[in-house]
Design a protein around this ligand. Structure first.
Ligand code: ATP
Length: 274
């Protein structure tokens, strides 16, 4: 049990410098975090404290990475849960899991002597989807528990809770979650532009032997519409192709094959779900 990392690929300690592109979301998140930690001033000015930050945008764009970097930036411990864990949970179990998540965050932070804990909830739409009059009763309790926990967050408590959630489907969220004092700061995380793609490719190329002719610039140009997760796959697949050919370095041809493979993979994924 306990909170799990939603994805195993990223390193445990992750800073904003490990995230390619996404300059605007990074900036917005840093501003929100800076605001959150200035709780004494916030109280002095009678400002309603920020309870939760919602990251919205397509899959694989770095929302989980941003949450981890937020923990690093604020010197917080990090605990995570994913909405998908709550699917088909018995009535009451989900609510208990939410309660435990907050309890665990406070306990871990205290134990580690940290002033704050980042709680990251991925796929929040599964828990916080629009309530439709009794159809999904088991989620209601879970959502209610989350709302209760959010109402119990105080900026001057120790350790402080920094709640970050992510969704690909913001329009699905119950309005109770979006009210002032709940997730009232939204940060859009979109697919990277060419400059962002190049930055991401460079980050994932850091530990890879690239041939002189291998141009990540060209890959960035030819990967329009790719997410960060897909770009990570391109670099990984290219390395596998080179290794398979027993080449000492990753060449342009390996990168091109990898782009095709990731592109094809996407197509078949989409066809399968259509
Ligand atoms: P989901 O909505 O599917 O949970 P996400 O937006 O949370 O996706 P991440 O889990 O943060 O996406 O990204 C998945 C992986 O893709 C990362 O572990 C990383 O390898 C790579 N990645 C995604 N975006 C970036 C980025 N901006 N910079 C570097 N790597 C990235």
């Amino acid at each position: 049990g306990g909170a799990r990392e939603s994805k195993g690929k990223a390193p445990a300690v992750l800073s904003f410098d490990d995230i390619g592109g996404q300059e605007r979301p990074k900036q917005e998140l840093i501003e929100a975090l800076d605001f959150l930690v200035r709780h004494e001033e916030i109280a002095k000015f009678g400002i309603r404290p920020l309870k939760g930050i919602l990251l919205t945008g397509p899959p694989g764009t770095g929302k989980t990475l941003l949450a981890k970097a937020a923990a690093h930036y604020t010197d917080s411990i990090y605990v995570a849960a994913s909405g998908s864990e709550f699917v088909e949970m018995y009535v009451g179990v989900g609510a208990g899991r939410i309660r435990d998540l907050f309890k665990e965050a406070r306990k871990k932070a205290s134990k580690a002597g940290k002033a704050s804990a980042v709680i990251f909830i991925d796929e929040i739409d599964v828990i916080g989807g629009k309530r439709d009059g009794g159809q999904h009763r088991e989620y209601d309790q879970t959502l209610n528990q989350l709302l209760t926990e959010m109402d119990g967050i105080h900026t001057n408590e120790s350790p402080r809770i920094l709640l970050i959630a992510a969704t690909n489907r913001k329009e699905m969220l119950d309005s109770a979650l979006l009210r002032p004092g709940r997730f009232d700061r939204h940060i859009g995380v979109d697919l990277p532009d060419k400059k962002g793609r190049l930055h991401i490719l460079n980050i994932h190329g850091r530990n890879k032997p690239l041939a002189k002719d291998a141009s990540l610039e060209r890959v960035a140009e030819e990967s329009f519409g790719f997410s960060g997760a897909q770009l990570e796959s391109v670099m990984n697949e290219a390395a596998i192709y080179a290794l398979r050919e027993a080449k000492p370095l990753i060449g342009q041809q390996h990168l091109s094959m990898a782009i095709d493979k990731v592109m094809m993979g996407e197509k078949t994924d989409r066809e399968a779900t259509n």
